[in-house]
Design a protein. Structure first.
Length: 225
C-alpha cells in the first residue's frame, strides 16, 4: 500500500478563506441575518449546511438553508477566475509526488468550484485523486473525507499525513488516525490547531516546503525528486 499526503484545499493550498467569509456574510445579510465576520471565519471549513447550523442554530427551515447556501455559492462564484494559490502550493505537491507520496485533495468543494481551485493550484500532474463533498456522507470534522482519500490512494492511515488549516481539519485527521500537519495561512491561531491535534504547524505551503525534511512529510519514499 502507498502512503498518502492528503490536503485540504481552501485556506491550505489556495488563499480563499476570507473570500468565503465575505460571501457568507453577504449571503446571511441578504437572508436577514446579522452574523459577525469573525464568527463566520471560525466556521469556515465546515460543509455549508453544518456551517449554517453552527452559526444560526438548529431550528432552521431547510428551504432557508438551501437559499443561504445558494446565495453563498453564487457570490463566491464571482471569484472563480482569480482564486489565488498560496505560495509554493503547486511546488509542494510536486515535490511530494516526486518523493513517492500519493497526493490526494480532500475538500468540501465540488463541481465548478473544485475545478477553479485545481486551476489555481496548477499541479494536476502531481495529484493522484480528489475527494469532494459529493463523495462522502459527512464532511469535516467527521473523518469521512480523510478516510475516503486514503481509500482512493490505497494508503494506510498510520503511514499517511493530512495537511489542513482549521480545527475541523485537525479533528477529522485525528479521527481518521493519520498524522496531522497544520498551516497558519487560513487564519486560525497555532494554539487552537495544536489543541485540535496538529503535530506540526507551518506558516504556509512555502514554509512547509522549505522545512520539509523536519516535517512529518520529510522522509523520501524511494522515488527521485
Amino acid at each position: 500500500m502507498s502512503r498518502a499526503a492528503v490536503f485540504d484545499v481552501d485556506g491550505t493550498l489556495v488563499d480563499t478563506n476570507h473570500l468565503h467569509v465575505v460571501a457568507w456574510w453577504e449571503a446571511f445579510r441578504q437572508g436577514g441575518h446579522q452574523v459577525a465576520m469573525h464568527d463566520v471565519h471560525r466556521a469556515v471549513g465546515l460543509p455549508s449546511g453544518d456551517l449554517i447550523t453552527h452559526l444560526l442554530g438548529e431550528e432552521r427551515d431547510p428551504q432557508e438553508k438551501d437559499a443561504l447556501s445558494a446565495a453563498h455559492k453564487a457570490l463566491y462564484g464571482t471569484y472563480f477566475d482569480r482564486l489565488p494559490a498560496l505560495p509554493d502550493a503547486g511546488r509542494l505537491l510536486r515535490r511530494l509526488a516526486g518523493r513517492g507520496w500519493s497526493v490526494v485533495l480532500a475538500t468540501s468543494a465540488s463541481g465548478p468550484e473544485l475545478a477553479a481551485l485545481r486551476r489555481a493550484i496548477g499541479a494536476d500532474d502531481a495529484i493522484t485523486a480528489t475527494t469532494s463533498a459529493d463523495d462522502v456522507a459527512e464532511g469535516k470534522p467527521a473523518p469521512d473525507p480523510v478516510e475516503q482519500a486514503l481509500e482512493l490512494a490505497g494508503a494506510r492511515a498510520e503511514e499517511s499525513v493530512f495537511v489542513g488549516d482549521t480545527v475541523w481539519d485537525m479533528r477529522a485527521g485525528v479521527r481518521a488516525g493519520v498524522r496531522c500537519v497544520a498551516v497558519l495561512c487560513g487564519g486560525v491561531p497555532r494554539v487552537e490547531l495544536e489543541a485540535a491535534g496538529a503535530e506540526a504547524v507551518f506558516r504556509n505551503p512555502a514554509h512547509l516546503l522549505a522545512a520539509l525534511e523536519e516535517s512529518p512529510l520529510g522522509p523520501p519514499l524511494g522515488r527521485g525528486e
